[in-house]
Design a protein around this ligand. Structure first.
Ligand SMILES: Cc1cc2nc3c(=O)[nH]c(=O)nc-3n(C[C@H](O)[C@H](O)[C@H](O)COP(=O)(O)OP(=O)(O)OC[C@H]3O[C@@H](n4cnc5c(N)ncnc54)[C@H](O)[C@@H]3O)c2cc1C
Length: 360
């Protein structure tokens, strides 16, 4: 069902509770763990009609939204008031705030600003029996247990969020995006540790390997250099002088660890093009194979190179193509196995390989 109000959600959930019918919430359906699929049947509560931005409060730097609001739409609306919503999953053009809350979504810019839980102040929630409660609120601190914190990341199992209060941040004075090109993935991994080792926390630091670059170039011509081992996308932001100084340090660290070239984009259109390419990477893999299986895991940053070598070894052992595009700054790997399920036996090999990668 497609409710339009909290009351409608509450009445349906109460009825389902009385009749012992399972209820599954659904935002935009981009979740990668299948939480929005009603595998046991029952009622699917699809929250896409509840998509109003109810309030943008500039003085208190917060917004009140309905759960179906699309992540990027909230950010755009906040920017009209000189603010922004920081968590930016790569799916931000499609995913909903309700889904972000349930999955405690991260994204490229969460390296510096933290994931969804660090930006949600409170929620109106419809519980299993249909009752409506508030967890947290507009204040930065609330007395008692942090039930807001328990709810964020609970994958839709504790109830349905029907209103969400989020923190907004001021838009930084200056932003600079660097594109470092590397001959291989190892040197780019060393650059990541070296940059963080300087005590700098960039706003974002994303790595894209050669297979992903090939796919991206099929969709967006010339956005990255072809025939390189990997690229590292690093963004710094803050006060103008601070950004300039940090940028210099990062550029030096990239060259010291073997970068072939480091370019800087300061023009908003150029930056947007780079980020669009990065955020569209999984979609672009469709130009290499009709299916993909995404493995999602976090490893200590200093062991990225070691882990990527293992990913490569496992893929080769199963005769599979793997693409890596990931949040390097916080060691969040996304080995993505591209395959064609129509080839008999392939899906089984993919599942085995994915399992082995997660075990490592
Ligand atoms: C190309 C691509 C890139 C992605 N990049 C990232 C990334 O960078 N970072 C990241 O963290 N994730 C990423 N994801 C995963 C996904 O987009 C996020 O988990 C997102 O938060 C899911 O939002 P959704 O609206 O699509 O939720 P859905 O898929 O509809 O639902 C996800 C879960 O949330 C529950 N749910 C939905 N709405 C509510 C609600 N109102 N109240 C309670 N529970 C609810 C559902 O029951 C389900 O369990 C990516 C996915 C894709 C396809």
């Amino acid at each position: 069902m497609f409710p339009a109000t909290t009351d409608e959600v509450s009445r349906v959930v109460a009825m389902a509770h009385r009749e012992d019918i399972p209820v599954v919430g659904r935002g935009s359906g981009t979740g990668l763990s299948g939480g929005a699929i009603a595998s046991l049947g029952g009622i699917q509560v699809v929250l896409t009609r509840m998509k109003a931005i109810l309030e943008i409060d500039q003085e208190n730097r917060l917004a009140v939204v309905e759960p179906g609001v699309i992540n990027l739409d909230l950010d755009k609306a906040a920017r009209e008031h000189g603010m922004r919503y920081a968590p930016d999953p790569s799916s931000q053009r499609a995913c909903s705030l309700g889904g972000n809350v349930a999955e405690n979504a991260g994204g490229p810019h969460c390296l510096a600003y933290g994931v969804t839980t660090n930006h949600v102040l409170g929620m109106e929630v419809v519980l299993e029996d249909g009752s409506v409660v508030w967890l947290g609120g507009k204040a930065r601190e609330t007395p008692g247990y942090d039930l807001r914190g328990v709810f964020v990341g609970s994958e839709g199992t504790f109830g349905l969020a029907t209103k969400i209060i989020v923190r907004l941040l001021p838009v930084p004075e200056s932003v600079s995006t660097m594109l470092g090109t590397f001959p291989d993935i190892d040197s780019a991994c060393t650059a990541v540790s070296s940059i963080i080792g300087q005590g700098v926390v960039p706003a974002a630091m994303e790595m894209i390997d050669s297979v992903s670059i090939k796919a991206i170039l099929n969709v967006t011509k010339d956005v990255f250099p072809a025939d390189v081992g990997s690229v590292l996308l690093v963004e710094v932001e803050g006060l103008r002088e601070e950004v300039e100084e940090t940028r210099g340090g990062i550029e030096a660290a990239m060259y010291d660890t073997g970068a072939i070239e480091v370019k800087t984009a300061t023009d908003p259109a150029e930056r947007e093009r780079l980020w669009q390419a990065r955020k569209g990477a999984f979609g672009a893999l469709g130009t290499l194979a009709p299916n993909y299986y995404l493995v999602d895991a976090v490893v200590p940053r200093t062991r990225l190179a070691e882990m990527l070598a293992e990913v490569d070894r496992i893929a080769k052992a199963h005769d599979l193509m793997v693409a890596n595009v990931f949040h390097a700054g916080d060691g969040n790997l996304h080995p993505c196995i591209a395959f064609d399920e129509r080839v008999p036996g392939t899906l089984e090999r993919v599942m085995h390989a994915g399992g082995e990668m997660l075990e490592v």
